[in-house]
Design a protein. Structure first.
Length: 528
């Protein structure tokens, strides 16, 4: 196994936020509570210790969830959260179908690695990595598919509402498709069995993904949190009440979004006057002011002020934070010091500083998860035969193609040197002619301009001939780029980690973990 690194500024697929965050931390000094380094974790620990915090709430939620999910073996890790010297490192995501693309597992293992690094830096403290399932969201189109060996499998369902609450009863077709794609080797059989066991009919998506990820990462000290919980919402209802009744978030986030614009970044979150949804039999719908009361959008539900206050008090579990309030709910529940996420996620968090301060909840350290390309042995051999390095694949396709052809042309295919010589010769002719009749200088230029068009035509024909000669190699080169940069995106955002597990087994996770180093903001290339 080899782990190589490439600076973020050489990866054109990253966002403006990613490039700026990797290059200029100081640009974020007015937006973030802490800079992304290990020293900041010690500062956050001190801030956390000054905050009144009931560890029994998160302990109860986890105990209940693990019992409901039928997962055992994590009791000691859960109990450790009762210790005032134990803190968490968190990542979060929606419950993607069968684990989704590669980055889903990358962010979890980046979180596990950061927790271990924090323990090394602060041996007197304990750090527990937590994967927070964002199952209250209802963006099914984002979650209902997975790509394995380049083949897309989709889950077709008529269910509505939060993805995490949907049942697994209609997943048979998707499971059978995955089984066929994975094949029959030992690792594939293990995966198929685990998927069918985890996503068996009669459960919901949150429970299924919890079981699946826990089993896959059983060798790592990871906790999985489904916070769609009455216990959690009961503890959080003071904040629910203030936001629903008074709408405080909007005025706190808009100034921070202006600061983002000042450094050239586009705010990611659309903050609303009320940033909570309401659960009902009709789904998860937004809460809006309606005259002197409230309405639940796209339903027939209406509440007076008194009815809404009563609803929050008696049924806090019916209130679901949107993208603006979810980070606050997460940090409220956990003794957390760091949040690990992709560039898009961190951009969502970057305007929350005043929101955290208002509610007296310490804002965590924001850490860019590891972005990683996985280079399999077969592709490495093809690259060697083509004479290209993995770093070459990051170049623009036309540039890579031109460089490849230039290397395989004796004497090169560019006629730029000859064109320069021709220009010099024409200048000499013009000087000679001007000595006899200065008015003829322009005539010479016009008459000889056709020479350059001819040279360009010759070069184009030469390039075309060379391309035909190396057509097979050029197709192989294009295929490699498409594999690692599908549709000019990143491999990690398309291909499932299941594709690599079939070949590598559990050893694949160990290799990712060893390559991971989230505080070192560089693009990693894992050569298997």
């Amino acid at each position: 196994m080899v782990c190589r690194k490439i600076p973020f500024d050489q990866v054109g697929q990253f966002s403006a936020f990613d490039h700026l965050y990797a290059r200029e931390h100081d640009s974020f000094k007015d937006l973030l509570a802490y800079m992304p380094d290990m020293d900041s974790i010690g500062k956050i620990v001190e801030a956390r210790k000054k905050m009144a915090f009931d560890r029994k709430t998160i302990h109860s939620i986890l105990i209940d969830r693990y019992r409901e999910n039928g997962i055992s073996g994590r009791e000691e890790l859960i109990d450790s959260l009762l210790d005032e010297n134990t803190f968490t490192v968190v990542t979060a995501h929606q419950p993607y179908l069968f684990g989704g693309p590669l980055y889903f597992i990358l962010k979890i293992l980046s979180t596990v690695k950061l927790a271990a690094q924090a323990k090394d830096a602060y041996p007197q403290l304990n750090f527990v990595p937590v994967f927070y399932i964002g199952g209250e969201d209802h963006d099914l189109d984002e979650c209902n598919h997975v790509t394995i060996f380049g083949k897309r499998v989709s889950w077709t369902t008529s269910q509505i509402g939060p993805v995490g609450r949907m049942t697994t009863d209609d997943l048979d077709t998707a499971l059978n498709e995955v089984q066929e794609i994975l094949g029959n080797n030992e690792n594939a059989q293990y995966l198929t069995g685990l998927l069918k066991q985890s996503f068996a009919p009669g459960t919901n998506i949150n429970r299924a993904i919890s079981r699946f990820i826990d089993a896959l990462l059983k060798d790592f000290p990871l906790l999985i949190l489904d916070a769609d919980s009455k216990i959690g919402k009961e503890a959080f209802k003071g904040i629910i009440r203030e936001e629903v009744m008074s709408g405080v978030a909007e005025s706190l986030i808009h100034p921070q979004q202006e600061l983002m614009k000042n450094i050239g970044l586009k705010p990611q979150a659309f903050v609303r006057p009320i940033n909570f949804f309401y659960f009902s039999p009709e789904g998860r719908n937004r809460i809006e002011r309606a005259g002197e009361g409230f309405e639940i959008v796209n339903t027939s539900l209406h509440f007076t002020v008194e009815e809404m206050e009563c609803e929050i008090d008696l049924y806090p579990e019916r209130f679901s934070p949107n993208v603006v309030m979810r980070p606050l709910y997460e940090e409220f529940l956990l003794p957390n010091v760091a949040y690990v996420g992709g560039g898009g996620e961190l951009a969502y968090w970057a305007d929350r500083k005043l929101l955290f301060e208002h509610f007296g909840v310490p804002m965590p350290l924001l850490v860019r998860r590891d972005s990683m390309m996985v280079l399999d042995g077969g592709s490495a051999k093809r690259m060697y035969k083509l004479g290209v390095d993995v770093a070459d694949l990051f170049k623009e396709p036309n540039t890579l193609r031109a460089e490849f052809l230039a290397r395989h042309a004796e004497g090169g295919i560019s006629l730029s040197r000859e064109s320069a010589q021709l220009s010099e010769l024409i200048r000499e002719i013009q000087a000679k002619v001007a000595g006899v009749d200065p008015s003829l200088k322009g005539f010479v230029g016009a008459e000889t301009s056709v020479f350059f068009k001819t040279m360009a035509h010759i070069e184009a024909r030469l390039r075309k001939s060379l391309s035909a000669k190396h057509d097979v190699e050029l197709q192989q080169l294009a295929s490699l780029q498409q594999k690692f940069f599908p549709d000019n995106g990143l491999q990690e955002r398309v291909e499932s980690f299941l594709s690599f597990f079939v070949r590598e087994g559990n050893d694949f996770f160990r290799k990712i973990y060893e390559c991971a180093d989230p505080l070192d903001i560089q693009f990693k290339i894992l050569e298997l």
